[in-house]
Design a protein around this ligand. Sequence first.
Ligand code: TYD
Length: 191
Amino acid sequence: MTRGSFITIEGVEGVGKSTNIAFIRSLLEERSIASIVTREPGGTELGEHIRNLLLDKEQSSMTAMTELLLMFAARAQHVSQVIEPGLASGSWVICDRFTDSSYAYQGGGRHIDMDTIASLEQLAINSFHPDCTLVLDLPVEIGLKRALDVGEKDRFESEKVEFFERVRQVFLQRAAKNEYSHVVDTSQPLE
Ligand code: TYD
């Protein structure tokens, strides 16, 4: 059985992750490649409970470190329960956000030291990383306008524009450093 490929889709709010994920899935279907679409934080029953805590605006006293630890707790469960078994069974796994989001939001956004995040990445998931990451990119104001026009804001969406500017810069810096990452300008047509 050939192992599947692990693809992650990253980017700031409103860059068009859902549309792009649906498009990638249809390309795989055309080629008869089995795929699993999943998301972070979440992707398992336990992880979805953790997601609810993380996004809950009532949790205003949550420290940055607690937030980081919860992201990696959900991720450890997700990798061992869904991602690894899926890849081993030959499916491609497409994941809406992964570790890059922790560097971008908890590192860039919340100012947690990048080496601390790297240590936790090693501890929680043995530095397991994607085969391919697509960082979807748009100017922050355009993305936020799209994202925040729909529905009530969650705990992250309530942050200021400067927070998301820092998040975007870390996504771009990591994409420049990791050979498996590619930046996609999503102001272009989907194809
Ligand atoms: P998501 O629902 O995918 O955001 P959106 O659809 O608004 O783009 O993700 C929820 C939030 O979790 C998002 O604001 C980013 C944040 N997040 C982190 O801060 N760190 C992480 O490691 C992950 C996976 C997500």
